[in-house]
Write a new protein. Structure first.
Length: 117
């Protein structure tokens, strides 16, 4: 059974830093893209960052320069480091894995990130 489980998240102050991680199990994801998405209340889910099996990365414009995504294939884990947090970063952050960012195959249940002003 494939599972993606997010860790981390929580409450941070604006300007602060926070990290989340996602442990995948049930299969190898070495040939999959892994990404972080987020959904704020009343808004659609949006991509935050993704990292491909080649190691290349993608960042949404809204987080570029403030967020770093990296993965440890040996541990089947993907990480998201966030800094210079803004209140608008508040959302439920979801980990996902798949071959296409537009239709990821596997999703975690999400972890709440709240940034206070």
């Amino acid at each position: 059974q494939v599972q993606l489980v997010e860790f981390g998240g929580g409450l941070a102050q604006a300007g602060g830093s926070l990290s989340v991680s996602c442990a995948a199990s049930g299969r190898t994801f070495i040939n999959y893209a892994m990404g972080w998405f987020r959904q704020a209340p009343g808004k659609e889910r949006e991509i935050v960052a993704a990292i491909y099996w080649t190691g290349s990365t993608y960042y949404a414009d809204s987080v570029k320069g403030r967020v770093t995504i990296y993965r440890d294939n040996a541990k089947n884990t993907v990480y998201l480091q966030m800094s210079s947090l803004k209140p608008e970063d508040t959302a439920v952050y979801y980990c996902a894995a798949g071959t296409k960012l537009s239709s990821m195959d596997y999703w975690g249940k999400g972890t709440q990130v709240t940034v206070s002003s």
